[in-house]
Design a protein around this ligand. Structure first.
Ligand SMILES: Nc1ncnc2c1ncn2[C@@H]1O[C@H](COP(=O)(O)OP(=O)(O)O)[C@@H](O)[C@H]1O
Ligand SMILES: N[C@@H](CC(=O)OP(=O)(O)O)C(=O)O
Length: 297
């Protein structure tokens, strides 16, 4: 592991300089125009087939047209993880084996490769960066590992080559470089970890609903969308929408989670309101060395 690795348990403070920008139907979400890089996560709920790539392309293009680099974290196509679990069970793979994790994680690798192919064919320069490429390391249970570090320099070098990078979510590597899963819904935490490594104040999760509601809007017609929600409330009412480990991780790093539909101007923000955000996390050489000493202590 190189010295540029950001331990995910460290953070440093930086003055907030970002100003609010107006939002209209065709403009970017608030604040995005002031950002050099944005992390977007496309979940299985917006990945039903190749046809969905058109909308994803448009979403990414909105940012690229303003010269904003895009990191697109992708989940597997809808239902694919279930199919892979059925296959792994039929093969009698042990759930704590590397083979099991590798097979289940392959759904995200497939969608990432297919998306890069689509973007490249439609005039967006993009590359696929795997968790191993980014030295995204996690430890613990094979299917429910906890992220420990990620290499921000690798992410930035990849962005310097192609302004759009597509990262298969849901998996990381262990200390031996072998596949581990981050728990069901784990692409959410992949995205939050990348945003943290880059010192971003927020991450944007694109789903099939335009935000977090007080109850599931697909079950309750009178559900109300919540514009701003604190982390604890989000964990309580949004566990089916966002992985709770991802919310907890974002809370410890003060990273806001925006939940929105593709192309939608409606959204929910989990965490501090923009005006309340006075600090943000950054990956610096200083906190990298601090991490090293923390880990060896
Ligand atoms: N409180 C809630 N607010 C919004 N959506 C919710 C809520 N509770 C459950 N959901 C459900 O979460 C679904 C999206 O979550 P999920 O399928 O995990 O997204 P993705 O796979 O894209 O990450 C929605 O279709 C909605 O039915
Ligand atoms: N595909 C994995 C990881 C994930 O995050 O999926 P989604 O974004 O569709 O919840 C799962 O089903 O658990």
């Amino acid at each position: 592991m190189s010295t540029e690795t950001t331990a995910l348990s460290e953070q440093a403070a930086l003055s907030e300089t970002e100003a609010l920008s107006g939002t209209t139907a065709l403009s970017l979400p608030k604040g995005a125009a002031n950002t050099e890089t944005i992390v977007l996560k496309f979940g299985g709920s917006v990945l039903h087939s190749q046809a969905d790539f058109e909308r994803i392309h448009s979403e990414i293009h909105r940012y690229r047209s303003q010269n904003i680099n895009v990191i697109a974290v992708v989940s597997a196509f809808f239902g694919m993880t279930e199919q892979l679990i059925t296959q792994a069970t039929a093969k009698q793979l042990s759930t704590d084996s590397v083979e099991f994790a590798t097979l289940i994680a392959s759904g995200e690798f497939q969608s990432a490769a297919a998306l890069v192919n689509f973007l490249t064919q439609h005039d967006l320069k993009a590359s696929c960066q795997t968790p191993a490429d980014l030295e995204f390391v996690a430890h613990g249970e094979r299917t429910k590992a906890t992220p420990t570090s990620i290499n921000a320099v690798k992410i930035n070098s990849a962005l310097a080559q192609t302004p759009v990078i597509v990262v298969p979510g849901f998996s990381a590597v262990d200390q031996h470089g072998e596949c581990v899963l981050l728990g069901r819904g784990g692409s959410d935490i992949s995205a939050v970890c990348i945003a943290h490594a880059l010192g971003l104040e927020s991450v944007r999760l694109l789903k099939d609903v335009n935000g977090l509601y007080d109850r599931d809007p697909n079950k309750f017609a009178n559900a109300n969308r919540l514009a701003y929600v604190d982390y604890a409330t989000a964990c309580r009412i949004g566990g089916e929408l966002i992985q709770t480990e991802a919310i907890d991780f974002a809370a410890t790093k003060s990273i806001a989670i925006d939940v929105a539909g593709i192309g939608s101007i409606k959204q929910s923000r989990i965490g501090p309101k923009r005006s309340e955000q006075t600090t943000k996390v950054v990956a610096t050489t200083d906190n990298v060395s601090a991490n090293k000493s923390l880990r060896s202590a």
